[in-house]
Design a protein around this ligand. Structure first.
Ligand SMILES: *[C@@H]1O[C@H](CO)[C@@H](O)[C@H](O)[C@H]1NC(C)=O
Ligand SMILES: *[C@@H]1O[C@H](CO)[C@@H](O)[C@H](O)[C@H]1NC(C)=O
Length: 352
């Protein structure tokens, strides 16, 4: 596993070309000027929401700051997961935030939908647990003594509330389209798969009580995985995503694998309808299509972060730059770490 991933997960412990319209609410992440979303009037002024989302905003004003944090979480996680790919999930200051890169039903769109639906469920659940909302708190259905003999106690994350909120807020546009288009089916499936990445990885966290930590009494609660873990899971689903097409079964429309030799996708897998562009070149007609000129690449890697693939065969240039790093770190009792600063020269390769 990647080093900086591990580090990041510990520290935060924790730790596109999408249908432009449907994910416009992600623009909330860019609205730093609005301040806190406190009243119904603010809901009217939020750009990027469709009318039904404005109504939800008015009914649940107190939840909206969490939704906004969710939008930011989705963007940050997308940029982290795609940092070594040709499309690096960079955002624009205008709507839609990922430009037009995600207007087709590609794998990238599938990822963006899944991570966004998950991030709203996550951020709202977190807000419930932290006690900042009146509408929800910890999950009180988790109580009593478990079969293993520990006591359920403490604040279990109320994931059911977060998931339900995400379903109503994020899915509303697709639902209002009446689930008729294949694209709506794709988006809804991937939204649900994103939320499942949290639901199927809930964990039990425990604390021991008793003389000098003897664990005579153990109390436990249910907790969500850290969001970086959720990002990893959805990225794995992106790598193994299934290409699907719409088929009519009786009177309902369903998505089935395009290649009938492949096993059908599960609820947790991502699905896509359209092949992705190669993302090699800047395209002024497609906002967000930045191309890979100037991107850093790895000279020795054979993977997509390697100069060969990243630069699409155009070649690269090499620069030597000085970097300052922490080194010779010593742990001092108790409790801090002291490091020296070291300077070293490293080669950086960038695509032509
Ligand atoms: C993505 O790559 C472009 C260059 O193609 C760069 O300008 C931009 O800063 C990168 N975005 C992120 C989020 O790393
Ligand atoms: C470059 O790729 C090689 C091979 O995949 C890897 O061992 C190395 O750590 C990478 N270097 C950087 C700076 O990421």
């Amino acid at each position: 596993m990647n080093q900086d991933y591990v580090l990041r997960c510990v520290l935060t412990l924790c730790c596109v070309l999408v249908s432009a319209r449907a994910s416009n609410w992600l623009y909330l992440a860019k609205l730093s000027s609005v301040g806190s979303i406190r009243d119904e009037e603010t809901c009217e002024r939020l750009r990027g929401l469709i009318q039904k989302q404005v109504q939800i905003c008015k009914r649940s004003v107190e939840v909206m700051d969490a939704v906004r944090r969710g939008a930011q979480l989705a963007i940050d996680e997308c940029q982290f997961q795609f940092r070594n790919r040709r499309w690096n999930c960079s955002t624009l200051e205008t709507m839609p935030v990922f430009g037009k890169v995600v207007t087709h039903g590609t794998r990238e769109a599938a990822f963006v939908y899944a991570i966004s639906a998950a991030s709203v469920a996550f951020a709202v659940t977190r807000a419930c647990s932290s006690g900042e909302l009146e509408k929800c708190g910890c999950d009180h259905n988790v109580h009593g003594v478990s079969p293993e003999g520990f006591q359920w106690s403490g604040c279990s994350d109320n994931i059911a509330y977060g998931v339900a909120f995400s379903q109503s807020f994020v899915d509303v546009r697709e639902r209002s389209k009446g689930q008729s288009s294949s694209r709506a089916l794709m988006n809804l499936h991937n939204n649900e798969a994103g939320r499942k990445a949290i639901l199927s990885h809930m964990r039990v966290e425990c604390k021991c009580h008793g003389v000098s930590g003897s664990c005579e009494v153990k109390t436990c609660w249910k907790a969500m995985p850290p969001f970086c873990k959720v990002g990893n899971i959805i990225k794995e689903k992106f790598d193994g995503a299934t290409e699907v097409e719409q088929r009519k079964v009786g009177s309902t429309k369903v998505l089935v694998p395009r290649n009938s030799q492949f096993k059908p996708h599960t609820d947790e897998d991502l699905v896509y309808l359209d092949p992705s562009p190669d993302f090699c070149d800047y395209d002024p007609r497609t906002p967000g299509m930045l191309g890979t000129v100037g991107r850093q690449c790895n000279r020795t890697s054979k993977a997509i972060d390697g100069c060969e693939l990243m630069c699409c065969g155009r070649g690269f240039q090499t620069q030597e730059v000085e970097v300052v790093d922490r080194c010779s770190c010593k742990f001092h009792w108790c409790c801090y770490v002291k490091c020296k600063q070291c300077r070293k020269m490293v080669e950086i390769h960038t695509c032509r």
